[in-house]
Design a protein around this ligand. Sequence first.
Ligand code: 6GU
Length: 230
Amino acid sequence: MLEIDILAVVPELLEGPFSHSILHRAEEKGLLKVRVTDLRTFGRGAYKQIDDYAFGGGAGMVLQPEPLADAILQMQGDRSYDEIIYLTPDGPTFNQSTANQLSLKARLLLICGHYKGIDERIREKYVTREISIGDYVLSGGELAAAVVVDAIGRLIPGVLSDETSALMDSFQDDLLAPPVYTRPAEWEGMKVPEVLLSGHAAKIEEWRYEQSIERTKNRRPDLLRKDEEA
Ligand code: 6GU
């Protein structure tokens, strides 16, 4: 059972992703519990303020430390987290290896930033890991959190109906997945490779492996080089 808490500025952005898809099944099976908390409920004053101008000037607001700390402390009172993760474009880039590691944890807290980000002191005091989902800027961390939770959630044993299927994914062994085909065996004059119809399991596996290598060489040679460095 993996419990994930998400501290969000726009919790509505997270309603869709987890009430559909494979993650909903994971929650129904009791393998995953995702809870979204609205940072605004920890805001200050009548307007529930959570952000303020950046010291030193410049455009954009910064999430203040007090509401974040109050939220984190309250959530830590309920659960002790293996990791407190801040989603930020200046973090290390998320990949399958990170997803594998995190899927083995029991309790995670994901913090979504907004605007210019969160006060640096929260990062220093509470955050144990930072994650970016790629080299582009999103308007907030919520969609990134949805990506991370999806990637992690499907790796929990029992979530995918065919448990081996996660092992066969692209990236799981630093190779891209081979091409796949389904019926009909001939479509618009285009035929499915003969070997896949042969019923010869060993030959099929060999073909798929060769295709994986070929695809990776052509499309993502950086993944093969990574392998040589290891
Ligand atoms: Cl985690 N947050 C935001 N706001 N933008 C991003 C990101 C995260 N990862 C890539 N771009």
